[in-house]
Write a protein that binds this ligand. Structure first.
Ligand SMILES: [Zn+2]
Length: 324
């Protein structure tokens, strides 16, 4: 832990001096997607609560479906349930415990035949169906209809697994969260935002988004089944300070913190399995040189086939086996 009283730490976002009263524990990878490890002496409390949370929420929203499907564990709070429609137009809620439930209004149809009234109830749970049936019984009794044979029938609903999976590339808020994550790891390594002109321009001055999707080459040397990772590599030869971020094993970007890096050569990373939270030891190599950064920004290293294959791989881990 940093000793703040003897260090000139300032908030990376608003530049106020950090003290014991306004310093915060900032999650390196957002807690909203399962990150655990934190850094102090990075940003102030107001910036954490305002901008930081706003950006991290954008990331949480972007990955809501996949977080539920893969069953990640948050340090604080459950992943909120998501609602979606299956191919028959039924609304289904998927909650963090992996339970799928029909939501919305229960549907009741009645038919009168020679044998009496048949009430068909389609409801989310047996309990809900019982409650509805009880209400109908009372209604008929009130009307004095006791001599008609009355039967109820539950329609066992098969919930279709054939649902749409939605994923977005996020908005500017999520972009800032990625760069903040890279910057948090840099801060942990004693590098200030003043040494990261690309990150500073984007995060503080709302300048050019200093990252790009990266699906050109495998970066992870010992790839596990499932992970989140953020890496950091200082390369004074290329004058680059680069971070590779991978979320849910399929969302892959490279953040360029600085193109003017003259510090020491080093590597650091933080990786975890977000289903259990356990830290992973992963070796990596980001094969980018200084002259390739413009191509990174121009989306030249985006490859929908690699993205699709890795997403499919992740979804095959899930017990729900949803379609990608
Ligand atoms: Zn601040």
């Amino acid at each position: 832990m940093h000793n703040l009283s003897s260090s000139p730490h300032r908030c990376a976002l608003c530049n106020v001096p950090l003290s014991e009263t306004n310093d915060t524990e900032e999650h390196i990878i957002p807690n909203s997607i399962g990150g655990r490890r934190t850094v102090r002496g990075f940003i102030c409390n107001p910036c954490n609560n305002n901008r930081g949370d706003h950006w991290d929420n954008a990331v949480a929203k972007q990955f809501t479906s996949i977080a539920l499907i893969t069953g990640i564990k948050r340090q604080h709070g459950d992943v909120p349930p998501i609602k979606f429609e299956d191919k028959d137009g039924k609304t289904i809620a998927l909650s963090a415990d992996g339970q799928m439930k029909l939501t919305g209004k229960a549907v009741v149809t009645e038919s009168v035949g020679s044998s009496g009234i048949t009430t068909n109830i389609r409801a989310g749970t047996d309990k809900e169906a019982d409650k509805i049936a009880e209400g109908f019984s009372k209604k008929y009794n009130k009307q004095g209809i006791n001599n008609i044979e009355y039967s109820k029938k539950y329609i066992a609903e098969e919930i279709s697994e054939d649902v749409e999976f939605e994923f977005s590339f996020g908005d500017k808020g999520s972009g800032k969260s990625y760069v903040k994550t890279a910057m948090a790891l840099a801060s942990k390594n004693g590098i200030s935002i003043d040494e990261c002109e690309c990150a500073k321009d984007f995060l503080v001055n709302d300048g050019y988004p200093c990252f790009g999707y990266y699906y050109a080459k495998e970066v992870l040397i010992n790839r596990p089944e499932f992970l989140h990772i953020v890496t950091l590599e200082g390369n004074p030869k290329e004058k680059l300070l680069l971070s590779y971020i991978e979320y849910f094993s399929f969302f892959r970007i490279v953040v360029c913190l600085s193109r003017n890096y003259l510090g020491k050569a080093f590597k650091d990373s933080y990786a975890l399995d977000p289903r259990a939270g356990g830290q992973l030891d992963i070796d990596f190599n980001v094969p980018l040189s200084a002259c390739e950064i413009e191509s990174l920004y121009n989306c030249d290293y985006y490859n929908p086939e690699v993205l699709g294959a890795s997403l499919k791989n992740v979804l095959s881990l899930s017990p729900r086996k949803m379609q990608s």
